[in-house]
Design a protein around this ligand. Structure first.
Ligand code: IVH
Length: 662
């Protein structure tokens, strides 16, 4: 066997290289699945060899332990901000001042995009990332090291740099991550972040690094410092050096010979800013020579050798002609303002999102009002405020029925969004099916986005239950579907009928009812019918079910479309009854299992469930407490370790007979 230390080092090296290719250069060489497989091997090896753990391993990006607050840390030199130039004239005035102070010497500028995020310093010692600090008040910031560690484009290890150095740059959230985050927040009844900058700032300062990890931040450095001072004699050279060291330096930088070239750069990116995946609010212009920067010096709050050229806000006034309601993929009803078409920064805008009823109330908006609208990035334009009330204005009311399916619309206590609660509403259907089939729910392998899109668009699935009446011929008629995958999918769908009741309950997609609550409901009521018939008071007798969950469950089963769904699932043969699996001295009581590899018929989740039902425990890694390792195909390092430790190894059949024997 290979030396684990060498194997771990090799995997880390490979993963670092692929992270750089993917997150920094945007030029991956392997598929996501291959990347995941490498990561999995590394994680398994590290679990087996805790003595070889390292903070800067690529596995360390998932986010560490929650903390109570942030520690204040002083900066190595002040993190200043910039003066603004709001138009060409102001930029030319800045240039004249620079020329004057440099008394006739030649100089060049570096023009960079001004990314709209928040600035952060990252400190490296002996090639390792050791500290990250927010700008704070410029003198003292907050230690956000653990959160910054989750940013994939920030290298955790750097080769060939100075022994100690610091980079300063911008932490940003790109627009897609921002939109996704806001959709998730709406779905959870939380308020939206107003813009990606706020979202990035909020994410960097979360007390749970694991949450930051899920937020997908990006980091672009623009200063390279040693002992708090520029590391190279030219700013351009510093940028190039950071890129060479593996940092994600913004590629759209430009060395300019004079202010006209800078202005051309500004104009060019003002026209192209929509094409960028992140938001910019202007251009930062810096004198390139660090010697000249020193000569120019600082005012009280900003350098005299740099300026921010700010793009004008893209706002305009127009009239709200009507308010329409759209139904999103989670069933949320979103009011949209239909506007008198108006050009805003080169694009004609005729719709603007109003998010929800509360937002309309906050704006004090009624149909017929004149409003200020704003475009930021490719995010849907928004209404900023009412500039003048219309003479014949009409208030807006959320409809009581879904405009797509006619189903009932509900707005829960404390929630901003109103929702259509009909699971079969075409607007919601795709998302509902994906949830139904997902891992940990009905576990139907092969039912992913591409398939579900086709099923719904071609009318093969008009409701969740239609999954169970799909035929081989129908599947074969879909794009990119060979006979083998079609047969597999069909087999998986049929196989899912034996999932126990808690999974069926979780699969229905009742709001607030996840896998855990589903188990409690199944245990308390013993059948789906009993859950469906229960009053809100009865429901609350079940463990962990409070008024909010009880109401959601109760309402769900009062919606006729959902009752219909239940009947169709019953007809399809799903498990509607349940015997409590609370281990009462089960066959595997007191035994601890470790699962590894692929079992011939059970999925990992199914095996885990069987073991737990029989009173056993399932652990993630081998230890002295492990009673058995259950090994399937491609078992890998855990199997080898079990053999070394002399732990008994079972295959699937042996596991099943052990359970039966009890
Ligand atoms: S240089 C002392 N370069 O804009 C100079 N800043 O008001 C400090 N920003 O706080 C900044 N992109 O958050 C610089 N390429 C860039 C930038 C940039 C975005 C932000 C940064 C700074 C603010 C300047």
């Amino acid at each position: 066997m290979k030396d684990p230390a060498m194997e771990i080092a090799g995997l880390r090296r490979a993963l670092r290289r692929h992270e750089h290719l993917y997150y920094v250069l945007d030029r991956p060489e392997i598929t996501d699945a291959e990347y995941d497989a490498l990561m999995r091997s590394l994680r398994e090896l590290e679990e087996l060899h805790p003595e070889l753990a390292s903070l800067d391993s690529p596995t360390g990006r998932v986010g560490g332990k929650p903390r109570e607050g942030f520690v204040k840390v002083p900066h190595s030199s002040p993190m200043l901000s910039l003066d603004n130039a709001l138009n060409e004239e102001e930029l030319r005035a800045f240039d004249r001042r620079v020329a004057e102070l440099l008394s006739g010497a030649g100089y060049r500028y570096v023009a960079e995009l001004k990314m709209d995020g928040l600035s952060m310093a990252a400190v490296y010692r002996d090639g390792r990332f050791t500290l990250a600090v927010t700008r704070g008040d410029g003198q003292v910031g907050e230690d956000v090291t653990e959160n910054a560690r989750t940013i994939h484009s920030l290298p955790l290890q750097v080769e060939g740099g100075p022994a100690a150095f610091e980079v300063r740059g911008e932490t940003v959230m790109n627009r897609r991550a921002f939109e996704r985050l806001n959709l998730e927040r709406e779905d959870k009844g939380l308020s939206r972040f107003a813009n990606p900058r706020n979202a990035a700032a909020g994410s960097l300062r979360l007390l749970e690094p694991q949450l930051t990890a899920a937020r997908r931040l990006d980091y672009y450095p623009y200063f390279f410092l040693v002992d708090g001072l520029p590391a190279r004699e030219s700013h351009w050279a510093s940028l190039e050096e950071m890129a060479r060291l593996g940092f994600k330096v913004n590629p759209h930088r430009r060395l300019c010979e004079n202010v006209d070239q800078v202005l051309a750069y500004c104009a060019e990116w003002e026209a192209r800013r929509e094409q960028l995946p992140y938001e910019i609010d202007g251009v930062v212009v810096k004198v390139d020579s660090v010697g000249q920067q020193r000569q120019l010096g600082f005012t009280a709050k900003a350098p005299r050798w740099a300026i921010a050229y700010k793009y004008p806000a893209r706002q305009a006034k127009t009239t709200v002609r009507a308010i329409e309601v759209q139904v999103g993929r989670t069933g949320a009803l979103t009011p949209v303002a239909l506007l008198e078409p108006k050009e805003v920064g080169g694009v004609t805008v005729s719709r603007a999102t109003l998010h929800n009823e509360d937002e309309i109330a906050r704006l004090g908006l009624e149909v017929g009002d004149e409003v200020v609208i704003e475009r930021s990035g490719d995010v849907i334009p928004k209404v900023v405020r009412v500039s003048e009330q219309g003479s014949a204005r009409k208030p807006f009311h959320m409809p009581a029925e879904c405009p797509v399916c006619g189903g009932k619309v509900v707005r829960e206590e404390g929630e901003a969004a109103s929702r259509c609660i009909n699971t079969n509403c075409p607007a919601r259907l795709k998302e509902s099916i994906l949830h139904f089939a997902s891992r940990g729910v009905m576990n139907i392998d092969g039912v992913g986005e591409a398939l579900v899109d086709q099923l719904v668009d071609k009318g093969l699935a008009k409701g969740l239950a239609d999954l169970y009446s799909l035929t081989l011929a129908e599947l074969l008629g879909l794009e990119r579907m060979g006979p083998r995958s079609a047969a597999n999918i069909l087999r998986n769908i049929v196989g899912s009928k034996s999932n126990p009741l808690p999974r069926v309950i979780a699969a229905l997609g009742i709001r607030f009812v996840g896998e855990r609550t589903a188990v409690f409901l199944a245990e308390a009521f013993g059948s789906l019918d009993a859950v469906a018939e229960a009053s809100q008071e009865d429901l609350q007798r079940s463990e962990e079910v409070g008024p909010k969950v009880a109401e959601s469950v109760y309402q769900f089963f009062r919606e006729p479309h959902n009752r219909d769904l239940v009947e169709r699932l019953r007809a399809a043969g799903l498990q509607f009854t349940f015997e409590s699996t609370r281990p009462k001295g089960g066959a595997l009581q007191g035994l601890t299992f470790v699962l590894t590899g692929t079992l011939p018929s059970l999925s990992r989740d199914q095996a885990k469930e069987l073991i737990e039902r029989a009173g056993g425990k399932v652990a993630g890694s081998l230890s002295g407490k492990t009673s058995y390792v259950v090994a399937g195909a491609d078992a890998g390092s855990k199997l080898a370790k079990a053999q070394n430790l002399g732990v008994r190894i079972l295959d699937e059949t042996q596991l099943l007979s052990l359970i039966k024997a009890g």
